[in-house]
Unconditional design. Sequence first.
Length: 274
Amino acid sequence: MGRLTVRRPVLRLGPDGTSRSRPDTLVTEEPLEIRVGGRPLSVTMRTPGHDVEFAHGFLLTEGVIGSADDLATARYCDSVDDQGRNTYNVLDIDLAPGVAPPDPSVERNFYTTSSCGVCGKASLDAVKLKTRYSPAADPLVLRREVLVSLPDRLREQQKVFGSTGGLHAAGLFTTDGEPLVVREDVGRHNAVDKVLGHELMAGRVPATGTVLMLSGRASFELVQKAVMAGVAAMAAVSAPSSLAVELAEESGMTLVGFLRGETGNVYTGAERIG
């Protein structure tokens, strides 16, 4: 797994006052700085890997680009350790000719944690971005038996979680329950950006006829990201926020929460569940 995980010694506390030393596997968390044309745009903590997908997804969901053709190059630069080795923690993006640079409201000029989504915005007004791809027009129909199977299908793809227990996951599935792409990350929004960036690079945005499955809760920003990519249905194993439900309803998205076993709550777009 390379830099995805690290091994550390721990003291394992057992029953009846017992303890023993043993190695433990931890998920890696490192900063990634995204620059556009050499100018710093965002710094976030993430699990290394799929960084170019992450950059594509981040720029898509922030409304900077709408297709893979809007991005010309992505290259690692200017990030070395004390021995002069590249840490691959700075990614510089060049936009294609004619593509406008990010609006100043998009800039995150200070450190943001992996659990932080909306924080770091220059303006709360910038959160409510206008999507180029409306989910409302998607004729998606999702069978109930497929919907309730998605948490287990997502869990089957969470390889790093299996060894660390410390990662969020997001997966994009067809209406037959087949996984198109699954990504893991210490940050919920990072995992979603990696999934949507993968689809953008594959030429599959808008992501018509797909369901985005989340391993945690459905926050406002995660719904916003899905809306920006034209995803018509989102499901999560935990709760949505009130603002997430409002945005899903306004955007014509189907939103399901507390999807566990055979049960779940359909908050919006129930007409798509067959």
